[in-house]
Design a protein around this ligand. Structure first.
Ligand code: URA
Length: 238
């Protein structure tokens, strides 16, 4: 009996180390107080970012804006060469005005941490900057309405690596004809506005929470990002 339990346990450990247990759970708590929303607006790109935020906040005829509490513009380091794009704010993000701070954000932080990244060395935004009600995905019309702002956002940050999480980001910036499962795990050279960048599409952390068996695929994508950072000699601030 004990032998049987030990074998099972050994197999479990092997499995977790194969798919990187950091993606499943971490013993160490993540320091949420490290999130520094002001960082997104200060620094050499601060003025352009501030202007863009103001322009978005004046958006007209947008149901999302009318029912939201706060604009959710960005988080992280605007000088980073790595930009992450999610879908749209959820309830917590709407209340705090910061992207990816709920459970989904916790998983995103763990995913990033597993390849040595955090919010001091990447920059995060979403396809839409106001919360879609009931956590639905933004509609095509909403995605199209926010696309010029997202394009401008990408131009200002000018990332060398652009990480698109989930189908809204995929639809907005690559097109609607592909599914994540078909397009993930590949680098796509893309010009977005004036920015030429290497794009990778991967699973959204909210999807990974619903389908944890896909974390193994997500880990492959994360390792590709780690390799690209090294190939492009991108300096990561520690
Ligand atoms: N999901 C997203 O795509 N963005 C957030 O900011 C939070 C959850």
């Amino acid at each position: 009996m004990i032998k049987k339990i030990n074998t099972k346990f050994a197999k479990l450990i092997k499995y977790y180390s194969l798919i990187n247990h950091n993606l499943i759970y971490e013993n160490e708590a993540i320091n949420r107080y490290k999130i520094n929303n002001n960082l997104a607006i200060k620094g050499p790109k601060g003025k352009e970012l501030q202007q863009l935020k103001q322009t978005i906040s004046k958006i007209k005829n947008c149901e999302l804006k009318n029912i939201s509490t706060n604009i959710v513009f960005s988080d992280g380091n605007p000088n980073s060469k790595i930009m992450v794009i999610g879908e749209g704010p959820g309830a917590n993000e709407d209340l705090e005005g910061v992207p990816f701070i709920g459970k989904t954000g916790e998983l995103l932080d763990k995913m990033l941490l597993s390849i040595g990244l955090d919010r001091d060395n990447i920059y995060i935004t979403n396809v839409v900057n106001y919360r879609p009600p009931e956590n639905r995905s933004p509609t095509k019309e909403e995605i199209d309405r926010y696309l010029p702002y997202l394009t401008r956002h990408i131009e200002i940050i000018d990332p060398k690596i652009l990480i698109l999480l989930g189908s809204s980001a995929l639809n907005a910036l690559i097109g609607e004809e592909k599914k994540i499962s078909e397009i993930r795990g590949k680098w796509i050279n893309k010009k977005i506005g004036k920015c030429s960048t290497s794009v990778i599409v991967s699973f959204h952390p909210a999807f990974l929470m619903r389908q944890p068996d896909q974390k193994a695929m997500s880990w492959i994508d994360l390792k590709m990002i780690r390799k690209k950072i090294s190939d492009l000699k991108i300096k990561i601030e520690k």
